[in-house]
Design a protein around this ligand. Structure first.
Ligand SMILES: Nc1ncnc2c1ncn2[C@@H]1O[C@H](COP(=O)(O)OP(=O)(O)O)[C@@H](O)[C@H]1O
Ligand SMILES: [Mg+2]
Length: 397
């Protein structure tokens, strides 16, 4: 914006008791396109400022005036408006006001006799500063709204991710439970069958002992499987507790906990699991969150195998120590992903499984967990027959 544009159509309240000066300056300001409202002294200036229908953009004022002087007027105006630009016209010898004017946040001083170009320059600067400040405030407000929106979005994604994980968990629990439940069913059927078919000769001591042995065995079996079901539920429940504290552990432990949850699921889909644990380092992690990440990646590989009907499906999990971090690699041979999609897979809601209830938030949340919560790295690379995920967690966290 040129200086002339800045001043065009602004309204200046001009307080000056010497009418000759006031008339001359007003005429020139009008030539610049400035609308001037005149006041003969501070008191009049103040009352115009308070009651004007027009928005006043700037105050131009003399200091020495009858009734209420310039500084007195400014003081009152500042009580109403902290930010309105103010320019003072002053004579050489009037210096005593300087200190006070600093407190009143004056934008500029123009010496009398007034050099009209200096005045114009100072008015422009004062108005520009105000405009810039207003723009900055507007931008800040916009930014705050954006930040708030982002926070809300993040919150929604987090709860969606929790729901999605819960859904996946339920399917894993179902797999875990299938075998013990069917064993319990078989055992109780056997018991009932033996009872009803009167297989044991209860008249003899031998028959009674045989029956007791058979029943005890079957009941032990049932007890074993019930214990198994309980453990599964405990594993899952622990996983859903929110992490508050870092746990110092070897990553192998956390991987094994994840596998305990998903292993049955993988087995039932004929997926071979190769484990190579070489990392010795202890690291500090939010363990449930890390299990979440591992399960996400493993589950994705399984999804891919199922989609591709991969014959010799394999997942290899490897850990190793780097200089000051621990690296976890998860490779699969499920065919990988289009090279151009490699970075997008970490974006929220990107999913190629929309028709199969894919949420597209698994990897997004995983990245947040690894990078923001653990200051680590999570990335993927296509390999020969599939994809490799790398998780790097710093040892010193
Ligand atoms: N092991 C993998 N092999 C091939 N593609 C994968 C693999 N893991 C993830 N992807 C791709 O990344 C996308 C996003 O994964 P994710 O964020 O977990 O969401 P979702 O599993 O709900 O689709 C998947 O839809 C899939 O296209
Ligand atoms: Mg997923």
């Amino acid at each position: 914006m040129t200086d002339n544009q800045v001043l065009k159509n602004i309204t200046v309240l001009y307080a000056e008791d010497e009418s000759i000066i006031q008339e001359g300056i007003t005429e020139t300001l009008n030539l610049f396109g400035i609308d001037v409202i005149c006041a003969q002294n501070g008191q009049e200036g103040l009352s115009i400022f308070k009651s004007s229908n027009k928005k006043i953009d700037l105050i131009l004022t003399d200091i020495k005036m009858p009734k209420l002087d310039g500084l007195g007027m400014i003081e009152k105006i500042r009580e109403i408006d902290k930010d309105i630009p103010i320019v003072i016209t002053t004579a050489h010898h009037e210096t005593s006001f300087l200190l006070q004017s600093i407190e009143l946040n004056i934008d500029a001083y123009v010496l009398k006799p007034i050099d009209i170009y200096k005045l114009k320059e100072n008015l422009t600067k004062a108005i520009q500063a105000k405009v810039l400040k207003e723009e900055l405030i507007k931008k800040n407000i916009k930014l705050e709204i954006e930040i708030k929106k982002n926070e809300e979005k993040q919150h929604i994604i987090e709860s969606q991710s929790r729901f999605a994980a819960m859904g996946e968990m339920i399917s894993m629990i179902a797999h875990q439970w299938r075998q013990p439940l069917s064993s319990i069913g078989t055992a109780s059927f056997n018991l009932k069958y033996k009872l009803l078919s009167e297989k044991f000769d209860l008249d003899t001591q031998e028959g009674r002992t045989e029956q007791t042995k058979f029943f005890t065995n079957k009941l032990d079996e049932i007890e074993f499987y019930v214990q198994n079901l309980t453990t599964t539920i405990d594993d899952f429940r622990n996983f859903f507790k929110t992490d508050k504290e870092l746990v110092n552990t070897n990553i192998e432990n956390s991987i094994k906990k994840s596998l305990k949850i998903i292993q049955r699921d993988l087995e039932s889909n004929n997926i071979e699991l190769i484990q190579k644990f070489e990392s010795q380092n202890q690291i500090n992690i939010y363990e449930n969150e890390m299990i979440h990440v591992l399960l996400n990646i493993l589950k994705n590989a399984q999804d891919k195998f199922i989609e591709k009907k991969t014959k010799d499906a394999k997942i290899e999990i490897k850990t190793l120590d780097l200089e000051d971090s621990v690296q976890i690699e998860i490779h699969d041979n499920g065919g990988g992903i289009a090279e151009e999609d490699l970075d997008i897979i970490f974006e929220p809601y990107f999913s190629t499984k929309k028709e199969k209830n894919g949420t597209g938030i698994g990897l997004y949340m995983s990245k947040i967990i690894v990078q923001s919560h653990h200051q680590g790295e999570l990335f993927a690379k296509n390999i020969k027959e599939g994809i490799s995920f790398y998780i790097i967690i710093p040892s010193m966290l």
